[in-house]
Design a protein around this ligand. Structure first.
Ligand SMILES: NC(=O)c1ccc[n+]([C@@H]2O[C@H](COP(=O)([O-])OP(=O)(O)OC[C@H]3O[C@@H](n4cnc5c(N)ncnc54)[C@H](OP(=O)(O)O)[C@@H]3O)[C@@H](O)[C@H]2O)c1
Length: 545
C-alpha cells in the first residue's frame, strides 16, 4: 500500500519556512551576516548606510560636550559610512568654516581620541551649518537645499538622522516643519532597505508629566512612525548598564538567585557631588524625580528586574522592560508621605570647602520647594519580585559621585558557625558599579585564618578598567551608531516612556497636595534623616558607597 502521508519536514524545511510572510520573505532571519534587510533595525552589521546627521541645537552644550566628541571618536574608531556628513542647525550666524572651527575646539576638549590635522580635515569636510530659527519655514527651505546638495556631492543617498538636541519646547516646531517641508518622510516598519531612511533621535525629558508625555508622543507620531523615533536615555548606552544584562543572562551562576526566594532588598543609588552648577532656572522646572528617577533610575530598575528576553534585540528587550515597569507599584495616596521622601540641599561643606545652598543658586525662586534629592520605595508586583523592596535614591551635593545597584541577599537559614564568631556575617551583596570605578563586587563571608571559626566579610572585585585595559566608549558613541544602524534596542519605546511616567505621577500628585514636604539636608551629607527612617522602618539601612 502506498502511503499518502506527506514526508515529515526536515530541519532545513522548517528553517526555510519559519518566519516567512505571505510573499515568502523571511522576516526573522536576523542572524544572517548582514542582518535582515527587510526589517528596519535589527542588523548585526556595524557600518551604517551613507547618511547625513542633522543636529538641531548644534551650538548648544550637549553638542559640544557629548555629540561632537562622540562623532569624532566614532569616525576615528569605527568606519562611519563613506560621505558621512553632519548639518548643524541653530540661530547663530556661523559660516561652515566657523562651525568647523567651533566643533574642532569641542572635539579637542571632549573626545577620547586626539585630533590630528589630516584626520580632522577629512572629517570636517563633511560638516555644514544652516542658520535659522526652528519656527521659521525658511530654515527648512535652506536645510532642504543643503541636504540635496550634500546628497549629490557626497553620495549620502537621501538617508537622514535627525537629532533634536534642543529644549523640548522646540520639538513640536521642529517636527511639524520637518513634516510640512517634506524633509522628513514617514516610514513604517517593513521598509525596503533600498529605499532611503530617515529617523529622529529625541533627548530626554520626554514630557513633564504623564499628560505632556502623551501629548509629545502624539505630536511626534503625526510625522514619524514609532519605528523611526529613537528616544535616548544615555544611561542605556553605558557599557556598565548593558553589562548588568550580560551579568544576569550570560552566566548560570547568578540568575537563579535573582528573585524573592533569595533577595532581601535592592538599592539603586545615583549620587552626585555637584549642585545645579548655574542651571537653577532649568532645574526649577524639573527636580530630581523628573530629571533622574523617571528616566535613569527606572531604566536601571528595568535592567536589574526584567525577565530574560529571548534575544538581545529591539522589541524583545523592550517588551520585557515594559512588562516589569507595568508591575511596579508606586506609592499611592498617603503612602507618598513615608515612601517618597524629597529633600533640598542647604549650605554645607564639600571637600572641606563651604558651599551655598540651593535656594541661593542663580535662577532659583527664594521659596522653591524643588527637590534636589529623592528616596523612593517601590514594590514589583510579580512572581519574581513579590515582597522584595526596591529603594531608589538620587541627589545632588551628596558626599561623592557614585551610581550603583546593590542586591542584598537573605541571610543563610542556619549558621553552623554561630558559637564561634563574634558577630554573624552580613548578608551577601552583589554591587554593580555603574560609575565611577566601573565594575562588580561580590561580598561574601570567609574564614579568618587561625585556630578559631571566626568569619569576616570579604569582597571579590571585578574592575572594568584593569580587566579590559581600555577606556569604554562613551554612551553617546554607542547610541548614535545604533540609531544610524536602525537598531532600537537601547532606546525607549513609547509605552515604556508612558509607563515610567505612570510610576512617578502619583508621587508628583501627592507632593502637589503637600504630602512629604521638602526637607533640607546639609550639602555633603547623604540626604534628609527621613530617607534613613524610611529604610530603617523595614529593618535595613542605606549603603554608604
Ligand atoms: N547638556 C547636557 O549635557 C544634556 C544631557 C542630557 C540631555 N540633554 C538634553 O539635550 C537637549 C539640549 O540641551 P543643551 O544643554 O544642549 O541645550 P542648550 O545649550 O540650550 O542648546 C540648545 C541650542 O538650541 C539653539 N536654539 C534655541 N532656540 C532656538 C530657536 N528658536 N531656533 C534655533 N535655534 C535655537 C541655541 O542656539 P543659538 O543660540 O545659536 O540659537 C542653543 O545653543 C535638552 O533637551 C536637554 O535636556 C542635555
Amino acid at each position: 500500500m502506498t502511503s499518502t502521508q506527506a514526508p515529515a519536514p526536515t530541519a532545513a524545511d522548517i528553517t526555510a519556512t519559519r518566519g516567512q510572510d505571505s510573499g515568502g520573505r523571511n522576516l526573522f532571519d536576523d542572524f544572517a551576516p548582514l542582518g535582515n534587510p527587510l526589517r528596519d533595525g535589527l542588523t548585526d552589521k556595524r557600518t551604517p548606510d551613507p547618511c547625513v546627521m542633522v543636529i538641531f541645537g548644534v551650538t548648544g552644550d550637549l553638542t559640544a560636550r557629548k555629540l561632537m566628541p562622540a562623532l569624532w571618536d566614532l569616525a576615528v574608531g569605527h568606519p562611519l559610512p563613506e560621505g558621512f556628513s553632519i548639518v548643524g542647525v541653530s540661530r547663530r550666524s556661523w559660516t561652515d568654516e566657523e562651525f568647523r572651527e567651533e566643533m574642532r575646539a569641542a572635539v579637542v576638549r571632549g573626545a577620547r581620541t586626539p585630533v590630528t590635522d589630516e584626520a580632522w580635515k577629512q572629517f570636517s569636510e563633511g560638516l555644514f551649518y544652516v542658520a535659522g530659527d526652528f519656527a521659521a519655514a525658511q530654515t527648512y527651505t535652506d536645510l532642504a537645499s543643503r541636504l540635496e546638495a550634500i546628497d549629490t556631492e557626497r553620495r549620502t543617498q537621501g538617508n537622514r538622522l535627525f537629532y533634536l538636541a534642543t529644549s523640548p519646547t522646540y520639538f513640536p516646531d521642529i517636527i511639524e516643519n520637518l513634516g510640512t517641508s517634506g524633509i522628513a518622510e514617514r516610514r513604517e516598519i517593513y521598509s525596503d532597505p533600498r529605499e532611503r531612511w530617515n529617523r529622529v533621535v529625541v533627548e530626554k525629558p520626554f514630557g513633564h508629566d504623564v499628560e505632556s508625555a502623551r501629548q509629545l508622543i502624539q505630536e511626534m507620531a503625526t510625522v514619524f512612525s514609532e519605528q523611526q523615533i529613537y528616544r535616548i536615555d544615555h544611561y542605556l548606552g553605558k557599557e556598565t548598564v548593558q553589562n548588568v544584562m550580560a551579568f544576569r543572562f550570560a552566566n548560570i551562576l547568578f540568575e537563579p538567585v535573582f528573585n524573592r526566594s533569595y533577595v532581601e532588598h535592592i538599592q539603586i543609588t545615583a549620587a552626585e557631588a555637584i549642585g545645579v552648577e548655574g542651571r537653577g532656572g532649568y532645574y526649577e522646572d524639573s527636580g530630581a524625580l523628573r530629571d533622574m528617577v523617571q528616566s535613569h533610575l527606572l531604566q536601571l530598575l528595568t535592567v536589574v528586574a526584567m525577565e530574560p528576553p529571548a534575544v538581545f534585540r529591539g522589541d524583545e528587550v523592550r517588551d520585557e522592560k515594559v512588562k516589569v515597569l507595568r508591575s511596579v507599584v508606586p506609592p499611592i495616596g498617603p503612602q507618598v508621605d513615608s515612601r517618597a521622601i524629597r529633600g533640598q540641599y542647604g549650605a554645607g561643606y564639600m571637600g572641606g570647602k563651604p558651599v551655598e545652598g540651593y535656594l541661593t543658586e542663580r535662577g532659583v525662586r527664594p521659596e522653591s520647594q524643588t527637590e534636589t534629592f529623592v528616596a523612593l520605595k517601590l514594590e514589583i508586583d510579580n512572581w519574581r519580585w513579590a515582597n522584595v523592596p526596591f529603594y531608589l535614591r538620587t541627589g545632588k551635593r551628596l558626599p561623592r559621585r557614585v551610581t550603583e545597584i546593590a542586591i542584598t541577599f537573605k541571610k543563610v537559614p542556619h549558621l553552623m558557625f554561630r558559637n564561634a564568631v563574634d558577630t554573624a556575617p552580613d548578608s551577601n551583596v552583589i554591587t554593580m558599579r555603574i560609575q565611577p570605578d566601573e565594575g562588580i563586587a561580590i561580598r561574601f563571608a570567609a574564614k579568618v585564618p587561625g585556630p578559631t571559626n571566626k568569619l569576616r566579610n570579604v569582597p571579590m572585585d571585578f574592575y572594568y578598567g584593569s580587566t579590559f585595559g581600555e577606556t569604554s566608549p562613551d554612551a553617546y558613541e554607542r547610541l548614535i551608531l545604533d540609531a544610524m544602524l536602525g537598531d532600537p534596542t537601547l532606546f525607549q519605546r513609547r509605552d515604556e516612556v508612558e509607563t515610567a511616567w505612570g510610576i512617578v505621577q502619583p508621587v508628583l500628585d501627592g507632593w502637589a497636595n503637600g504630602l512629604s514636604p521638602t526637607r533640607q539636608y546639609d550639602s555633603g551629607t547623604w540626604g534628609p534623616a527621613e530617607a534613613d527612617a524610611m529604610v530603617r522602618e523595614d529593618g535595613f539601612h542605606w549603603r554608604r558607597p
